[in-house]
Design a binder for this molecule. Structure first.
Ligand code: FAD
Length: 278
């Protein structure tokens, strides 16, 4: 079973050294890879931070990095520049994304969908390509069936590994996985798990990604949301419970959205170490 983490770079004004301790602690948990997000509005230079952190993961901590790359706000020439930078930093694995639409960021029209970026990556290098998927359907998709069809296009274009959007209801993941199988999508699908350890975080996340909240989850939020300590314990237990159930149902992998919190990642990893076989 694949086990991986996601981290994000600090704000450009914060020194990279500030997250070194976090990366070191996460690396000690021996994930198969750590993916580093890329701010959609970061410009070509915004990717430099992603590169620097990815390279440090590889060179200092011996962890395979996967660099995220959103494309809608970039021209082909700009993406070529980013790829040159990735190569200079020794990055070989890319999570190819469209990026969220925002009125603050003009779209450049060279890439409308992630599948177009994946095609471009295939023609412009020898990268291992990852792509995103949505167990509860991407919010802009016209239907679940169309979303799956477009997901298949990403796999056909060359994505060899899928990472899911976060979800709190495993049943939605199982039904999505079945639809993928019917559609002939047969690459590994990692389940995205977000440990929710504070109430403010969940409100923002859910409004962004539209994850449905099972009764068990909302009861937890209502009961413990006011207490940071209780919420942290409950959020960790919920994530562990999700992972145990997913593993029991043969999931290909778990991708933990760590929110750069190594303590939470460590507690979860330790709780499921026997299940993960590490
Ligand atoms: P796509 O696969 O292009 O899909 C977007 C929408 O277009 C879907 O509704 C799809 O059904 C539809 N579609 C696809 N192809 C077609 C077509 N040919 N015709 C019509 N419709 C089509 N964003 C960032 O900016 N930076 C990050 O680092 C980042 N990391 C992420 C990591 C993960 C694991 C996930 C799940 C998301 C991440 N995102 C990130 C957010 C992501 O950019 C958004 O969810 C974005 O809205 C969609 O990206 P996508 O690559 O899935 O898009």
């Amino acid at each position: 079973m694949i086990y991986s983490f996601e981290v994000f770079p600090p704000k450009p004004t914060t020194p990279v050294e500030d997250v070194t301790g976090c990366f070191e602690a996460l690396s000690a948990l021996k994930p198969d890879f750590i993916s580093v997000t890329y701010g959609a509005g970061g410009g070509v230079n915004g990717g430099k931070l992603t590169c620097e952190l990815a390279a440090r993961l590889k060179n200092e901590f011996g962890i395979k990095p996967v660099a995220h790359l959103p494309c809608i706000s970039y021209t082909k020439d700009e993406i070529r520049e980013v790829l040159t930078m990735f190569r200079q930093y020794g990055i070989t694995d890319i999570l190819a994304l469209r990026g969220d639409k925002s009125p603050d960021r003009p779209e450049k029209n060279d890439f409308r969908y992630a599948s177009e970026l994946i095609n471009f990556l295939r023609q412009n290098g020898d990268f291992e390509i990852f792509a995103a998927c949505y167990p509860e359907v991407h919010p802009e998709a016209r239907s679940a069936a169309e979303d799956i069809r477009h997901l298949r296009e990403k796999v056909d274009a060359g994505a060899g590994h899928l990472i899911s959007q976060l979800f709190f209801d495993n049943e939605s993941f199982y039904s999505f996985r079945e639809k993928c199988e019917i559609a002939g999508i047969n690459v590994p699908i990692e389940a995205g798990i977000m440990p929710v350890v504070n109430a403010a975080q969940i409100q923002r996340m859910v409004s962004l990604c539209g994850a449905s909240l099972p009764r068990k989850f909302t009861a937890m939020m209502q009961r413990f949301g006011h207490s940071p300590e209780a919420m942290r314990d409950a959020g960790i237990a919920y994530a562990v419970d999700q992972i145990v159930d997913l593993a029991a149902n043969g999931v290909d992998g778990i991708h933990l959205y760590t929110m750069n919190n190594p303590t939470v990642a460590r507690r979860i990893t330790e709780a499921v170490s026997g299940i993960l076989g590490r």
